[in-house]
Design a protein around this ligand. Structure first.
Ligand code: ADP
Ligand code: MG
Length: 326
């Protein structure tokens, strides 16, 4: 059955917006939205390409979930509240069951966080999914990458590395997409840390989400803030992994694994207790993994240095990528 573009939009992407600040949603030339007075609009977009950002054969509900999750994670990392979503879909051939399942994945996560799909675009082409999310935050409270200061404590939320472990299971064929293995579920259905991000407003000096791996992303945060970081390898959260992996594998997964969408953030030592309370109240565990120092205190090998028992571990910093074989 060939499905026309307008039928397709009407059937799968026109659910009634769940928000009263949507004056006009899907159907007109553009959406009309009412931002709350006095807050900054926060906007982020991310594109997923089949074979590059998700494995061929990925269940459509996972693609729908992931396309939104990666964007919500960016808003979480800003301490922002998401409100509206736009969806641009490039599809090889509109297939009804695929679209139904994709829409369920996307709307499922959207409903969980009270965000409304208000528009998009639909074209024929290779499978590419682009989502844009809009939200808001009082500008002075936004969590930015460039606010970190020497002396800050470095935290990461949840259990980084678990999603990467799930990806490895799928790639090795040890597990399939229907697996109930916690690692696979975490990879396929990442949970953006929105409540934690909001809880850290006015407490964290800087934040970002971990999409490409903790070490590399911390390096980016350090670069934006002109600081350097010292990570204590003994403090890495490995509880969710250590039953199944060697210590070296755990460290590799936690430090280098992507796709977790945990939050990485820094807090001045005087605010650390407050940050821990706020995180607990938001329902998320956080782990103190290191501290920031002035950029000049580190050597030229990179902005992130790893320590074990207080000793520098050569080749494990952000500049030691090639040597980090685990
Ligand atoms: P236009 O020609 O003005 O770009 P379209 O025919 O592309 O309009 O889209 C018609 C309406 O459907 C618009 O309101 C647009 O935002 C919405 N829309 C198109 N594709 C999607 C989609 N995949 N998800 C949600 N809304 C969509
Ligand atoms: Mg269009």
């Amino acid at each position: 059955v060939s499905l026309g573009e307008f039928d397709l939009i009407a059937r799968f992407f026109s659910r009634t917006p769940v928000r009263s600040d949507v004056l006009l949603g899907v159907g007109d030339d553009a959406a009309l939205l009412t931002p709350p007075p006095g807050q900054a609009l926060v906007a982020a977009t991310d594109t997923l390409v089949e074979g590059r950002h998700f494995l061929p054969g990925t269940p459509p509900e996972c693609i729908g979930h992931q396309a939104l999750a990666v964007n919500l994670s960016d808003l979480a990392a800003m301490g922002a509240e998401p409100a509206w979503v736009l969806l641009s879909l490039s599809l090889p051939a509109p297939e009804e069951t695929w679209l139904e399942r994709f829409a369920n994945g996307l709307y499922g996560l959207a409903d969980l966080h009270g965000v409304a799909l208000v528009g998009g675009d639909t074209v024929r082409g290779p499978l590419v999914v682009t989502v844009e999310v809009l939200g808001f935050v009082p500008a002075a409270l936004a969590l930015r990458r460039d606010g970190a200061r020497p002396g800050d404590v470095v935290y990461v939320s949840g259990s980084p590395g678990v999603a990467a472990a799930g990806l490895e299971l799928l790639q090795a064929g040890t597990a399939d997409f229907a697996s109930n293995d916690e690692r696979v579920r975490r990879f396929l259905f990442a949970e953006p840390r929105l409540a934690l991000g909001r809880a850290l407003r006015g407490i964290a000096n800087s934040a970002m989400d971990v999409s490409d791996g903790l070490l590399g992303d911390l390096g980016k945060l350090c670069g934006a803030s002109h600081v350097a970081a010292r990570i204590d390898l003994d403090a890495l959260p490995v509880a969710a992994l250590e039953h199944a992996y060697t210590r070296a594998e755990c460290e590799r997964l936690v430090l280098r694994g992507g796709d977790d969408y945990e939050l990485l953030f820094t807090v001045s030592p005087a605010q650390a207790a407050l940050a821990e309370e706020a995180a607990t109240a938001s329902g998320c565990t956080i782990h103190r993994i290191g501290a920031l120092v002035a950029a000049r205190e580190t050597n030229a090998s990179g902005s992130v240095t790893c320590l074990r028992n207080g000793q520098v571990v050569p080749g494990k910093g952000s500049g030691g990528y090639d040597h980090f074989a685990g």
